[in-house]
Design a protein around this ligand. Sequence first.
Ligand SMILES: Cc1cc2nc3c(=O)[nH]c(=O)nc-3n(C[C@H](O)[C@H](O)[C@H](O)COP(=O)(O)O)c2cc1C
Length: 205
Amino acid sequence: MGVESLWGGDLLADILAISSTPRRNGNSELALRYFCRAAEESNISVEMIRIHELTLEPCRGCERCAADGICIVADKMQPLYDKVATAKGLVLATPVYFGSLSAQLKIFIDRFQCWWHAKYTLNRPFVQLSQHKAGFIICTGALHRPEFGDNVEAVGKVFFHSINYHFGGFLCLQGLESRGEIKNDPATLKTAYNEGVNFLSKLIP
Ligand SMILES: Cc1cc2nc3c(=O)[nH]c(=O)nc-3n(C[C@H](O)[C@H](O)[C@H](O)COP(=O)(O)O)c2cc1C
């Protein structure tokens, strides 16, 4: 549940797409799908995971991971660490909630505190900058208020930096309220697709 291979059924895909909306086929999820189309068209494996459908515990702040970089919380987050370590690109998608990202995505991000310790406390990061992995973050919101996207972008930048993914960009799509409304807006879907093409061209030249 919550996991969908968009290409070939690989367990460890080149592009890991994290959808964090509670709405299946919500606007941010559809934008994510269009973003990932370029990869699919190039036969690059994409795995999309709906983290709302996984039971993910929030970070406990126990700091046990400071000793070895490993999170002790035994839940559905554990396989995701391997997937992020293996992927070449990580694409996050979130609805804008109260001027920020979804709680689901924040939980996912906070659970990488173990990777923060691996990098900064232990000097043994799970990903090397020289691997040139890159991350991208997409958000959709109802209101045309650019500042609502600013928080999402800022959190995304801090996160990617902390896990040694290069920041590959941010896309904020606004004026989208009801579920799937983005389907009626081909220009916006095309924007998401084009951003995916651009991301991919930098990621896998
Ligand atoms: C709890 C909640 C908070 C929201 N807060 C904002 C907000 O601060 N700014 C905004 O523009 N839209 C806000 N929205 C609207 C959603 O961001 C918008 O409907 C978005 O397209 C939903 O994406 P989804 O379909 O992928 O879930 C909020 C919606 C909900 C349910």
